[in-house]
Design a protein around this ligand. Structure first.
Ligand SMILES: NC(=O)c1ccc[n+]([C@@H]2O[C@H](COP(=O)([O-])OP(=O)(O)OC[C@H]3O[C@@H](n4cnc5c(N)ncnc54)[C@H](OP(=O)(O)O)[C@@H]3O)[C@@H](O)[C@H]2O)c1
Length: 199
């Protein structure tokens, strides 16, 4: 079975990869909302590999592993942590020697070659979870089958940018769009065909 690759993007209106505060951003409940279900909860069964750049990997390890959870965190976040702990995690890094997180490995080199290697391995679907620089390369090389965006209602003005210069435009196919309670927009796009990854 072909492994599907999905990229997750958390973006401000000005294309920054940040998690700003805005009315509603602090509201927590024990139940995952539509955004979190789309990005994570509904995919625990079919996703077996999560790929992250070094910074995102270390950030997730230190915030979202089960041992990093705080007792009052929402229940669905504990479920998320257990999923992240057990899933095969790929940390992209040239300098990291040890991941310090169970079920994880370090890979380095050409991203298209890494993706081809992962596709040859046995397993379920794959999530590419950022950060922004990695996602930019994924889009530039057209390596994902689909892209989930959560667009937050903030022009942030600083922080890592998702988009830099591309030699060629990328055109995606909209699969769904919905607005969420606190003004975020959830967008699901398909690639118009996974390319050779050589650009
Ligand atoms: N989903 C998310 O995780 C997410 C979403 C939104 C915003 N953010 C924020 O964005 C920041 C990080 O963003 P970022 O884009 O700067 O970092 P990133 O993509 O998480 O990590 C970048 C690092 O990944 C490694 N890397 C990437 N491609 C590689 C390859 N092909 N081979 C080997 N190593 C590779 C390099 O590490 P080495 O230097 O070790 O080689 C590079 O410095 C975080 O502070 C986070 O808060 C994260």
């Amino acid at each position: 079975m072909t492994r599907k690759i999905t990229a997750n993007l958390y973006m401000t209106l000005d294309g920054r990869g940040e998690f700003p505060k805005y009315p509603g951003s602090d509201v927590t409940s024990d139940e995952a909302d539509e955004f979190f279900r789309a990005f994570w909860t509904s995919r625990y069964k079919d996703v077996t590999t999560v790929v992250m750049g070094r910074r995102s990997f270390l950030g997730h390890r230190d915030t979202h592993s089960e041992r990093a959870r705080k007792p009052n965190d929402p229940k669905f976040m504990f479920e998320y942590s257990r999923f992240l702990d057990r899933v095969d995690k790929v940390c992209l890094s040239r300098r990291l020697k040890d991941t310090g997180w169970e079920n994880s490995r370090i890979m380095k080199g050409d991203l298209s070659a890494i993706v081809r290697k992962l596709l040859r391995e046995k397993g379920g679907n794959i999530i590419i979870e950022g950060g922004p620089r990695l996602i930019q390369e994924v889009l530039r090389r057209d390596l994902a089958d689909d892209y989930w965006f959560v667009l937050m209602p903030v022009v942030y003005g600083r922080g890592p940018r998702y988009w830099g210069t591309l030699k060629e435009q990328r055109t995606l196919k909209l699969l769904s769009a919905s607005s969420l309670e606190w003004g975020e927009v959830l967008l699901h796009y398909a690639s118009r065909g996974r390319a050779s990854g050589s650009s």
